[in-house]
Design a protein around this ligand. Structure first.
Ligand SMILES: C[S@@+](CC[C@H](N)C(=O)[O-])C[C@H]1O[C@@H](n2cnc3c(N)ncnc32)[C@H](O)[C@@H]1O
Length: 258
């Protein structure tokens, strides 16, 4: 079924926040033009979007996307974020997770009187992201070495030390553009999750944590196995802000093995 990702939900789009082929459209403050082949899907998505209580709440609380509440719930359940941490956000556009992380880390005045973030946040996305005060954002494709090198360089600069084993938390909300062919889409998602795992294995502190978005379906069991191979604790959690009809869920892995 086109647009569903392994879950066979029949809703016409795979994810909670945006219709198929629309690119980034879960920005809540700006209703962007949505280019899809199906006007019906557009209309249904738009209607659900404007009446969605999470969208309204995001607007009221200044978040760029309702996705912020997914990370908030994961943080509340798994106690992921603490001031002073170094956090990497893979697939960060439009920036709601970075906004949430920034609020959780908080700010403090430095010796020079300048207000600074209590910790480090580096986000990366294929798409440009409106700047967020104190947050480092890069534009690039995490499948490319040049992006990973730029990410490392940014971390090194922000931390003042090599970033290997210096990151407390890696979060990935990355999702591939859907082709409609389930096997292809599953492989694309699997690849993005594998890249997030590779990055986490190279950069996390031994007690660090990784959050990855996955979809129930073909690749799910293999991805759980992959995480269990490398992390002491692996748990799945679907936040309330993730639409029930979406196959989306999140895996939270903690503590590097060996
Ligand atoms: C659901 S959105 C993330 C929303 C974000 N967590 C927030 O709160 O605003 C998924 C993002 O993953 C990004 N993405 C997908 N594949 C990527 C890749 N290969 N490299 C970098 N970003 C990627 C997309 O551009 C998209 O912006």
């Amino acid at each position: 079924m086109r647009g569903t990702f392994g879950g066979g939900e029949g809703q016409g789009w795979h994810g909670p926040d945006y219709p198929p082929e629309a690119g980034r459209t879960d920005i809540v403050r700006v209703m962007v033009k949505v280019r899809t082949k199906s006007k019906k899907v557009d209309k249904a998505w738009f209607q659900q979007h404007v009446t969605d209580p999470w969208v309204r709440r995001a607007q009221q609380e200044g978040y760029r996307a309702r996705a912020a509440y997914k990370l908030q719930e994961l943080d509340e359940v798994f106690q992921l974020v603490r001031p002073g941490q170094c956090i990497v956000d893979l697939g960060c556009a439009p920036g709601a997770w970075c906004q949430y992380l920034r609020r959780r880390l908080g700010v403090q005045a430095g010796p020079d009187g300048q207000v600074r973030l209590r910790g480090v946040i580096v986000g990366v996305d294929l798409l440009p992201v409106e700047p967020i005060d104190g947050v480092h954002v890069l534009q690039g494709d995490v499948r490319e070495d040049s992006t990973l090198q730029a990410l490392q360089a940014t971390l090194q600069q922000a931390l003042g030390q090599p970033p290997q084993r210096a990151v407390d938390l890696v979060v990935s909300d990355m999702a591939p553009n859907l082709s409609g062919v389930q096997a292809v889409d599953a492989a694309r998602l699997e690849h993005l999750v594998e890249l997030a795992v590779d990055f986490a294995l190279q950069h996390l502190k031994p007690e660090g944590a990784l959050v990855v978005k996955v979809f129930h379906g073909a690749a799910y069991d293999a991805l759980v196995r992959l995480l269990r191979q490398h992390f002491v604790q692996v748990k799945a959690h679907k936040p309330k802000a993730s639409r029930p009809q979406s196959a989306e869920t999140f895996l939270v892995a903690r503590g590097l093995k060996g």
